[in-house]
Design a binder for this molecule. Structure first.
Ligand code: ATP
Ligand code: MG
Length: 423
């Protein structure tokens, strides 16, 4: 993509009211735009990142055998009354139609998926199964804050699983827990797995997935070696203790909740009378689990965990582009034509080899401003073509995480870039 063709430009100055690194950089770099508090437009670069994150999450859910669906955001009041949540969930957005009918805006989807399952589920032969969606959620948060970390409208992957026995539910829950860790790691984020209600063997266990950064709202006790974590409010352990899993040292740190999984037991199948017929012909309650990842919060958490004072530093797997290509202008027509012609060929060749390129082709912008934009946008590899580099039949290669640049021969660029992307 040519930068000159993209309407969503970077800004020279960060937003004055940004309360966090992700708000500051995502807005300044033109990845998102704030419509109002807690509500954002995802602009082309931001959407590219969000889509990659959601694709990684999708692949991990598909690998569990879950099938993707897409549920509505407009919910009938009756479903939320059936679970006693119409009056008891303070963050539920409620709207009235012109015919005085009440609706809820989807804050979560147990109220839709449980009646849905009931339409298809008859006997034990139909179980187990899991289904998920990646959708927009609406929550009337008292205080929307920290950029995309706490929105009133945000993206979530939510999966729901249905089982005949506790053993089967527990096994699937454990498999999902590992799939979650894999999904975060593939997005370049390390997480701690925090037992939110006393562990897997208690009634209705749940686990939170916490990304460790100072921007986090939660305080947790985390191991310095493995993924073990414990919510500091209910912790039976204390700072300095040995990790019960690996013997590492526990310390108190700040975390952002990027996911949460729940063993729901029969909470929702009780509410909707969701049963199955077992091998003996007896009717029994279905057991359920639910599993959420805040995908837009995940993007913000990655910015919190991976930036410097100049801008964002995207992991390769989710960067909006892999290569940030810069051409420097020249007053000399022949030189300019050579620069732009060479760039055009190289960009085309990179793209035909599956590498996504942002080409800063602007003629009226200084080298310094182009470099500052490249650092702000945070694409892993910066390639520069200038009169100087062309004298050496080369481009200048600089990685976002490195401090030095080096020359790479024009004839070697595509191969080296392909190698870099793969690493
Ligand atoms: P929190 O404690 O942060 O309010 P929650 O526990 O209410 O979140 P869940 O119902 O567990 O949230 O939702 C699953 C996931 O959705 C969370 O782990 C989080 O990643 C994400 N999420 C929840 N609320 C928001 C929000 N307001 N903005 C962005 N993401 C959110
Ligand atoms: Mg939660």
């Amino acid at each position: 993509m040519k930068y000159s063709s993209c309407f969503s430009k970077t800004s020279k100055t960060p937003p004055t009211d940004a309360d966090s690194a992700n708000a500051k950089f995502l807005i300044q770099a033109g990845f998102v735009d704030q419509t109002m508090a807690g509500v954002y437009t995802w602009l082309p670069f931001g959407l590219a990142v969000l889509r990659k994150v959601e694709q990684i999450v999708r692949e991990e859910m598909n690998a569990l055998g879950a099938l993707e669906i897409f549920m509505p955001s407009l919910h009938p009041k009756e479903f939320w009354e059936a679970t006693n949540r119409w009056d008891n969930v303070d963050i539920l957005f409620k709207i009235k139609s012109q015919t005085e009918k009440d609706y809820a805006l989807g804050a979560s989807h147990e109220e839709v998926v449980t009646p849905l399952a009931k339409k298809f589920l008859e006997s034990y032969k139909d179980l187990p199964f899991a289904t998920y969606q990646i959708n927009t959620k609406f929550r009337d948060e008292l205080r929307a804050k920290s950029g995309v970390l706490r929105g009133r409208e945000f993206r979530m992957k939510d999966m729901y699983s249905f089982h005949t026995t506790q053993e089967d539910l527990t096994a699937f829950y454990q498999k999902t827990l590992h799939a979650y860790v894999r999904a975060y790691n593939r997005c370049g984020l390390n997480v701690k797995v925090v037992e939110a209600s006393g562990g897997i063997f208690t009634k209705n266990p749940s686990h939170e997935f916490q990304a460790l950064t100072d921007a986090g709202e939660d305080t947790i006790l985390a191991c310095d070696k493995c993924e073990f974590g414990q919510n500091s409010e209910v912790a039976t352990l204390k700072e300095g203790d040995a990790c019960p899993t690996c013997g590492g040292v526990l310390s108190i740190v700040k975390g952002i909740e990027v996911g949460n999984i729940f063993d729901l037991g029969t909470k929702y199948s009780d509410a909707f009378d969701l049963n199955f017929t077992d091998e003996n012909g007896d009717r029994k309650r279905v057991l359920m689990g639910c599993y959420g990842i805040g995908t837009s919060r995940l993007v913000g958490s990655i910015v919190e965990a991976s930036h410097d004072d100049r801008g964002m530093i995207w992991p390769k797997s989710i960067a909006p582009f892999q290569v940030h290509f810069i051409t420097l202008n020249s007053k000399d027509d022949a030189v300019r034509e050579n620069i732009m012609g060479t760039a055009d060929d190289l960009v085309r060749e990179l793209e035909s080899n599956g590498i996504e390129v942002l080409w800063d082709d602007r003629a009226d912008v200084s080298p310094g401003a182009k470099f500052a934009d490249a650092d702000l946008i945070g694409i892993p590899l910066r390639i520069l073509i200038s009169e100087k580099s062309l004298k050496e039949d080369s481009v200048e290669w600089k990685e976002r995480t490195g401090t030095e640049s080096r020359l790479v021969k024009l004839t070697d660029l595509v191969e080296e870039a392909m190698q870099f992307v793969k690493e």
